[in-house]
Design a protein around this ligand. Structure first.
Ligand SMILES: *[C@@H]1O[C@H](CO)[C@@H](O)[C@H](O)[C@H]1NC(C)=O
Ligand SMILES: *[C@@H]1O[C@H](CO)[C@@H](O)[C@H](O)[C@H]1NC(C)=O
Length: 486
């Protein structure tokens, strides 16, 4: 824990490695007092020692990780080569089917255009109307995708929902399961006006009014800032756009729920502005996660530091050291694509509910970047296990930022909004114990629903084969309950 704080603290100092001697905040020695000077000099030496040793540590760890995955990668590519050879071998036994294709080369045809189309294009291709709205918050230009009504026409309903995606994700989460099964389409056809924000920094919200996308300042945020500034700005925008009588329900998945709970505590006025909140796979307390990310959390600070050493403030799962660790999985072909994806590595993989036909589409849309600060903030929540608190900058910087040595806790007592929690037994990130602890701390109006499939996992909320019966029908049921009492 102490090491963690220290490293995160130095992690931020690392951004200015050349300024550290000049700007070191504790060198305010009174030149008249030699004792004081000596004291601060000693402090500085100590700090620099800790600073250097943690770089060394980070380098050591980086080397061991790289060696490990290079070895594994060689094994995998050998396997893959064998696999390709065996496919070629068996292919020769069949008639040459490629020659029956029309004039294009086989490789020129896309498996499915949804792999390259943007969210609005996919929505329109499926026959639904789609609008893109840009909301500015702290200079970030957030792209919100909206399906304002059913594909069968009609007016724009007053009943409105915000669907907020999770970590490494985008508005695509809500449509990739196709028009029959995706929540966004089903809600639109059921009479809801559907708004799907994209979090700052993801592939749809990478522009800023005055910051460059590759600057440190652009990436200096965690989900806390999204909760305090961005989602309130989006809610205000929707209400202004739609006018009086709009009834707005927030539905979040994973980090989308973290953002909701943080917002309701930091901006309590939104308890009255929203109509209801639904949390799919709530992520608030992380004391009992089963994901392999748990063992990585303690080193996540080092990893973040490494990423910073190489000057990347954006956390791109695929390119990050964490991403590279997942390359070590021992399978080939299509399973390797699943196994090597950081998201599956973190969240687990439920073969029974996973439609492999859609895999290339999922893989081309998931895994968009976020800030290292977001990743570290989650790692901190895992390390402190069972506390829901703001970003920990380390004791000294906490004093400057928060006026206290420890980061403040989000005060769940402030939450008054009617809430419904959805959880599943096999969710590696949103565990039964943590969800039940959250439920206990929320107002008595809170409802809780357990997904009936015992194998349902964290990502099945987005693309389960049986999503309509296991999840969507239930969401519609609870939504109707909310709107029928108004
Ligand atoms: C990052 O954000 C923190 C807290 O909001 C602030 O104190 C710090 O100056 C920021 N750093 C940069 C480089 O923008
Ligand atoms: C998998 O997805 C494809 C493409 O959308 C669809 O045609 C098929 O019915 C799905 N399979 C299952 C088992 O739902």
């Amino acid at each position: 824990m102490n090491v963690f704080i220290l490293v995160v603290f130095f992690g931020s100092a690392l951004a200015f490695p050349f300024e550290i001697n000049v700007n070191w905040p504790f060198i305010v020695a009174d030149e008249q007092t030699n004792n004081m000077e000596a004291f601060f000099k000693d402090q500085k030496i100590q700090a620099e020692k800790a600073f250097t040793s943690s770089i060394e540590e980070a380098r050591r760890m980086k080397n061991s990780v790289f060696n490990y995955f290079e070895l594994k990668q060689r094994e995998i590519s050998d396997d893959f080569y064998d696999y390709v050879e065996s496919v070629k071998e068996s292919g020769r036994k069949f008639s040459d089917s490629w020659s029956f294709l029309p004039s294009e080369e086989a490789g020129d045809r896309m498996e499915n255009p949804d792999m390259v189309l943007s969210v609005p294009s996919i929505i329109i291709r499926n026959g639904y109307p789609c609008e893109t709205h840009i909301v500015m918050s702290q200079g970030y230009l957030l792209n919100i995708h909206r399906i304002p009504r059913s594909k069968n026409g009609g007016g724009i309903p007053k009943k409105t929902v915000i669907l907020h995606h999770g970590l490494f994700a985008s508005s695509a989460d809500w449509i990739l399961n196709g028009p029959e099964k995706s929540l966004a389409y089903i809600l639109a056809d059921a009479g809801y006006d559907v708004w799907m924000p994209n979090i700052r920094g993801n592939k749809y919200s990478r522009e800023h009014a005055w910051l460059k996308t590759n600057s440190k300042s652009f990436w200096n945020f965690s989900w806390h800032d999204v909760a305090v500034y961005d989602v309130p700005a989006i809610i205000d925008y929707i209400l202004k756009e739609k006018g009086e009588g709009t009834k707005l329900t927030y539905i979040g998945h994973s980090m989308g729920t973290t953002i909701l709970f943080a917002m309701l505590t930091m901006r309590p006025e939104y308890n009255d502005i929203l109509t209801a909140g639904f949390a799919l796979a709530p992520v608030v307390f992380l004391s009992d996660i089963k994901s392999p990310i748990k063992s990585l959390s303690t080193v996540a600070s080092n990893v973040a530091q490494m990423e910073m050493l190489y000057g990347s403030y954006e956390f791109i799962p695929k390119n990050s050291v964490l991403g590279k660790m997942t390359q070590s999985c021992d399978v080939d072909g299509r399973d390797a694509a699943v196994c090597k994806n950081l998201l599956f590595y973190i969240c687990g993989y439920n073969e029974k509910q996973f439609n492999k036909t859609l895999l290339p589409i999922f893989l081309s849309h998931i895994g968009t970047g976020t800030s290292w600060k977001t990743a570290v903030h989650f790692a901190q929540e895992v390390v402190v296990g069972g506390k829901f608190q703001q970003f920990d900058y380390g004791t000294d910087l906490n004093l400057r930022v928060y006026g206290s040595k420890a980061p403040p806790q989000y005060d769940l007592d402030k939450i008054k909004l009617p809430l419904t929690l959805f959880w599943a037994e096999n969710d590696l990130l949103s565990s039964e114990a943590d969800v039940k602890e959250l439920y206990k701390r929320l107002p008595p109006t809170t409802q809780i629903y357990k997904i009936s499939d015992p194998d349902f996992n964290h990502l099945d909320y987005l693309w389960a084969i049986d999503a309509p019966t296991l999840l969507t029908d239930k969401i519609l049921f609870y939504l109707e309950q909310v709107y029928s009492t108004l």
